[in-house]
Every structure is written in C-alpha cells, then in structure tokens.
Design a protein around this ligand. Structure first.
Ligand SMILES: C[S@@+](CC[C@H](N)C(=O)[O-])C[C@H]1O[C@@H](n2cnc3c(N)ncnc32)[C@H](O)[C@@H]1O
Length: 320
C-alpha cells in the first residue's frame, strides 16, 4: 500500500468513527464516492427526477458564449473543484477549444476512480486539450489555488456541490477561495434554487430507489474498507425538505435496535430503533440568499445564468 493510501485510510477511519460517535450521528457525504458510489451517482444524473444535471447542462450549452465573455480573456487555467465525470464541463471545454482559447484544465476530485474515467474521456473526446487531474479533498487544496500563474484562474464549482455545506460553512469556503483569487480570476458556482418542494423531494427520493442505494452504499463502503458488519437490509433511506430553510437532508435510519462492529477500529456502534444518521445536506438557495452569501464572502456577481425552468443558477463571481 502506498503512503497516500495509508493517510487516506486513517482520515477515512477517523472521520467515520467521529461521525458515528456523535449524537445525532452523521457521516460526511464526500465518502459516498467510491467506485460503486460514482457508478450510482452517474445513474442518478440520468434519472428524470434529478433535474439538476439537465438544468446545468442546458446552462452550459445555452450560455457558453456568455460565460466566455464574462471570463474576459483568451488564455486561462480552468480549475474545477469536485469535477466528477465532467459531463457538463466538457460542453464548455469543447466550445473553448473551438474558440481557440488557450485553456489548461485542472479537475480536482476526491475519487480516484472518477478521475481515471474523466482522464480517459478527455483523451478520447478532446485530444487537443491540455489537462492535469489532481486527486484529493478540495478543502485541503484551497491554498494551492494561490499559485503564481501567468494567466488568470477560472474556478468552477458546479453541480450544486456548494449545497452540501451548511450556509455558514459555504460562506467560509467561498471566502477562502476569494482570498486566493486575483482581480482577473473568476469563480463560477452552480446553486440549486428553491422551487416546488415536491420537485425537490422527488429528486432525492426516486421510485426506482437509486438514491436510496447511493446513500446506503456508504455503509457498504465502511464494511469493505473497515471490515464492519452493517446489514444494509436493516437500514433505510429517508429524505426531508424544509421549504423554510431550504435544507434537503438525506438520512439513513436504523430499522431496529442493533450493534455494528468495526473491527479495524475495534469499536462497537449501537443503534436504537429508528435512530438516524445524517448523510447529506443539499441546501437550496433563493437568488436573494445567494446575493447575501456573495456579499459576506467578498464576491461580486458579474453574470447570472439560469435554465429555462429557473430551477438552477450558475453565478460568475469576481473578487469585490
Ligand atoms: C455531486 S457530484 C458532482 C460532480 C460534478 N461537479 C457535476 O456537477 O456533475 C460531487 C463530486 O464531488 C466530489 N467531491 C465531493 N466532496 C469532495 C471533496 N471534499 N473534495 C474533492 N472532491 C469532492 C465527488 O467525488 C463527486 O465526484
């Protein structure tokens, strides 16, 4: 095993144990994305109920010229945080190459597996593109955004990844990015907008059970990587959405009183019947909420791009 893998396992183990020892229990959603989680998320992106992907794809397709105009130059580094399989970003990349933009693409993702997929698809679909994939947690990489470069940096944070942070954490995160930006740099963030609560609930509660399988896979991953004995059938997925706060939350719920043993950490985790583990926040925003967030983070909006249903918005920011 390589050193990086040991470090990863240690962080993974301590994050999982910390989360399961809390009251109420919680697990970080970044650990959804192992090879199986990546596969299930790609199925989620193709579900009719998961409107987020189609909406942001439409924005990239319809407004790519407007995005380039807002970037305002013909040579830059495009750094993407949590790039995933790059499905939507490739629309923009293709356009940039057609416009003879001198772009170097730097996708960052915690999942080694999804980055390998992205690398292969970039080589096949956009062979002339210069790129450099980086594996790691984007929280640990924010300081590296401050690298010296001849060209501006355009930082992409798509797919409503920002919704996985509580609003105060989202503000701190944007502030951290802002501190590392120069005046010519741009930050493009995808936010999922507040809308009919039923549409939101359906996106995280599909009848085929793909979202349930995606969320429960985190327990399977703990079994695989830490030798735990979670019986997946004794847990269920549950989704709630609060239209007042804009918080959609995914829970895993224990159906019975049970103990789970994690041998790699020599720990027993006890559950009472119907006890919850919070596994994901997907925060929804209004345009006014985003304005407040941007103001508090020292960012100025220079362009605001929505899909035709007004379900989703990509905002292009510069440092105030
Ligand atoms: C919801 S998917 C979105 C992917 C892509 N941005 C899109 O819009 O289709 C989230 C992606 O972010 C990655 N990710 C989640 N938390 C991360 C973290 N803390 N650091 C780096 N990558 C992370 C996951 O591995 C996954 O590929």
């Amino acid at each position: 095993m390589k050193t990086t893998d040991i470090q990863h396992l240690d962080t993974f183990t301590s994050d999982i144990l910390d989360g399961l020892r809390q009251n109420p229990k919680r697990l970080p959603s970044k650990y959804f994305y192992d090879a199986e989680g990546d596969k299930l998320f790609q199925q989620i992106m193709r579900m009719p109920e998961y409107y987020l992907t189609d909406a942001e794809y439409e924005i990239m397709e319809m407004h790519k010229d407007s995005i380039l105009k807002s970037i305002g130059c013909q040579a830059f580094d495009l750094v993407e945080l949590g790039a995933g399989d790059g499905y939507k970003t490739k629309v923009l990349l293709q356009y940039l190459l057609e416009q003879n933009v001198d772009v170097r693409y730097c996708p960052i993702d915690i999942s080694k597996h999804v980055l390998q997929q992205l690398e292969t698809s970039l080589q096949n679909d956009l062979p002339e593109l210069a790129f450099n994939c980086l594996q790691g947690d984007y929280f640990d990489m924010l300081n590296e955004l401050h690298y010296r470069s001849e060209v501006p940096k355009i930082i992409l944070f798509l797919g409503a990844n920002i919704g996985n942070m509580r609003p105060p954490d989202a503000q701190a995160f944007l502030k951290e990015i802002q501190k590392n930006m120069s005046h010519n740099d741009r930050l493009i963030v995808g936010f999922d907008l507040k809308k009919d609560p039923q549409i939101i609930l359906d996106a995280y509660n599909d009848p085929a059970g793909i979202t349930a399988a995606f969320n429960l896979n985190i327990l399977t991953r703990i079994n695989k990587e830490l030798g735990a004995n979670f019986n997946i059938d004794l847990f269920k997925h549950w989704e709630i959405y609060n239209p007042l706060t804009g918080a959609a939350k995914s829970y895993i719920i224990s159906k019975i009183d049970q103990d789970v043993f994690i041998p790699d950490a020599n720990q027993v985790i006890s559950f009472t019947a119907w006890e919850t583990i919070e596994v994901e926040l997907s925060q929804k925003y209004s345009l006014a909420d985003i304005d407040v967030l941007a103001h508090k983070s020292g960012l100025t909006t220079i362009n605001r791009l929505r899909d035709h249903k007004k379900y989703f918005v990509d905002i292009i920011f510069q440092k105030s």
